[in-house]
Design a binder for this molecule. Sequence first.
Ligand code: F6P
Length: 341
Amino acid sequence: MSIGILTSGGDCPGLNAVIRGAVLKGTQIYGQEFVGFRDGWRGVVEGDIVTLERKDIQGIAKQGGTILGTSRTNPFEGEGGADRIKENMDRLGVDSLIAIGGEGTLAAAKRLTDAGIKIVGVPKTVDNDLSATDYTFGFDTAVQIATDAMDRLRTTGDSHGRCMVAEVMGRHVGWIALHSGMAAGAHAILIPEQKTSIDQIVAWVTSVRDRGRAPLVVVAEGFHLDSMDDAHSERGLDAFGRPRLGGIGELIAPIIEERTGMETRATTLGHIQRGGTPTAYDRVLATRYGMAAVDMIMHSRWGRMVALSGTTITHVAFEDALGKLNTVPQSRYDEAAILFG
Ligand code: F6P
């Protein structure tokens, strides 16, 4: 019998390091065999596997993306569900699963656990928005990429005397914006957790301009328009009442320009933040997660996911991990805000 690994949901730097950590520990220490399911739950539902032997995972810790492919397939949509997965696992000689993914993947893993399938989870999100773990791998890489990008935006902003707006990932929480903004010396950080008026943003930008500097504003993609006390905040329209094509960065840049008279440009970093080689921190965390997932399988800790508590790898039940967002605490925002303006 072998252990099956799948990567599901949006990709994230460090996925390959998890796979490598799991396969190396599982083969070297426990004498286990592994297979990989292609494209997340799709591969499990359709029984689409690849070999995961030592030769298949050599040198992959530094590779971005996932060698297994990923998809947003929900195993409970369409035909089969848990029964089909059980049949496939029996037919393919797969005894247990390591599901690497975010909230959606882990919710599906919980339902499959309840249906009697042996699963452990590894949390994955660049947004760092899972409350059951102190950090998720991929976050550090995304912060580094965003920081590098903002360092570059600052030199071009300084040269032209422009206000630069950088939109970063973070659908529900502002961790990437907070950390990259602090690291890059942003003059304003706009996050979903923190209501911020356009008057306040304009005040920060103006005070930077009046000191002869080029302002840098970082905004998380999930920063809501309706948290802005301004007539322009109507969802879906730009500052001039036209249908909006871009994200929140594209929306606020013209408002800043209009209100400050300062030329303003927006840059959306998008999926660049999820691509390419993971940082050393993410490789180490992801490798430790992969090794810990195999330990959990060997100790029959079904229905649980690995987690980081301080510097220790631990594990928590799916039901205790799901549905709770790790939001930026007020104290962390207040600390960063000392540097604004
Ligand atoms: O949840 C991670 C994340 O990168 C978010 O920050 C972003 O909103 C979303 O995924 C993008 O998803 P997709 O790759 O499907 O466009």
